[in-house]
Design a protein around this ligand. Structure first.
Ligand SMILES: [Fe+2]
Ligand SMILES: [Fe+2]
Length: 347
């Protein structure tokens, strides 16, 4: 598979293939990912003063991704701001829409940087900052899913905000339940479940916030088969945005390191989403998510269940959770070698 590189626009040539969907500043698509560049598109990109784009390329003269540091700093900044927002709520203030919009815009500006986003979600997590990082990650993942599903920009922006704010109600849950190192009792779990309604109530008070965002947040723990909460409503009654948040939320929660549980490898989570989410999560959202996100792990190092380490070199479309891993000179095809698993992503 060809590598993805950033290339200055003046070095892009007719016939190269885009490795990202490129949007203009209003969010309209200029060119979809995986399209061949032609003179027309190149002129458009120049006119819009887009200085570099990601292309699939095997040429030597390329600029490696060097914006990682900037991305990480901005990510941390967003995490700090969401911390402020949640802190404000816990001391009785309301959600600062201005701050929220600032974070949402900063996240939206990253819409062409899929790889940095997936990388950040895998590596920038802090156990203590769980809720803040989780909010930022869910927001980023909602944006990616929106983009991969080719939703309109208005919906993607609403998804970013909804993802960011989906758990604000947790600021009303007692600290000892929220951070309990271990399984919650039934009673504690009932209290924890109230966070969705708390989020809704908090957000309803925010003047200028789209009511669809409030609804999306209220139903983010509802499930297709009616097994979710707070109302146990089924598939056709659940707003689409809630279904997107549900997938992003589950993925991030399962791949996170918590005080009481160690993280699952993304591939284990892909397996759960691929094989055990039918009837629980919306299939089209899960499918778009899985087919797109998996390829960003190509080139990453992993540890196998027999202790060997290796590099992911190929994602099998028939089973995303079981890629081909190169360990030393050996190729391990997990699609056929069912006895082995990926136990850890080595960051
Ligand atoms: Fe939640
Ligand atoms: Fe959540």
């Amino acid at each position: 598979m060809a590598a993805r590189y950033f290339l200055p626009i003046e070095k892009c040539e007719v016939g190269m293939k885009t490795a990202e969907t490129i949007y203009n500043e209003f969010g309209a698509v200029i060119v979809w990912e995986d399209s061949l560049l032609d003179e027309n598109v190149l002129n458009k990109l120049r006119r819009l003063r887009i200085d570099r784009i990601k292309v699939f390329s095997e040429e030597d003269e390329v600029i490696p991704e060097s914006k990682n540091e900037v991305f990480r700093a901005q990510y941390q900044n967003n995490v700090d701001m969401i911390k402020d927002i949640l802190h404000d709520i816990s001391v009785g203030k309301s959600v600062d829409l201005h701050k929220t919009e600032h974070i949402s815009n900063s996240i939206f500006n990253k819409i062409n940087e899929n790889r940095d986003i997936v990388g950040a979600i895998s590596s920038l997590r802090d156990v203590d900052d769980y809720t803040y990082c989780h909010s930022t990650n869910v927001s980023l993942l909602c944006m990616l899913i929106g983009k991969w599903m080719r939703l309109n920009m208005r919906t993607i922006k609403d998804l970013i905000t909804a993802g960011l704010l989906h758990d604000v109600g947790k600021s009303k849950i007692p600290e000892e339940i929220l951070h309990k190192p271990g399984k919650l009792t039934e009673e504690e779990y009932e209290t924890m479940k109230k966070h969705a309604e708390f989020s809704y109530k908090i957000l309803q008070e925010v003047e200028g916030l789209n009511p669809e965002i409030c609804k999306a947040v209220l139903f983010h723990h509802e499930r297709e088969d009616g097994s979710g909460y707070p109302f146990g409503i089924k598939s056709d009654k659940i707003p689409f945005m809630s279904k997107v948040i549900a997938v992003a939320d589950m993925y991030d929660a399962m791949t996170a390191n918590r005080v009481f549980k160690s993280k699952e490898s993304p591939f284990k989570v892909f397996d759960i989403l691929q094989n055990h989410s039918f009837g629980v999560l919306e299939t089209s959202v899960v499918n778009h998510f899985l087919t797109n996100i998996a390829s960003y792990y190509i080139g990453d190092s992993v540890r196998l269940s027999d202790g060997r380490t290796g590099e992911i070199i190929y994602i099998n479309a028939k089973n995303i959770a079981r890629p081909v891993v190169k360990s030393g000179e050996t190729y391990v095809d997990l699609f056929f070698d069912k006895k082995l698993d990926i136990v850890e992503l080595i960051i």
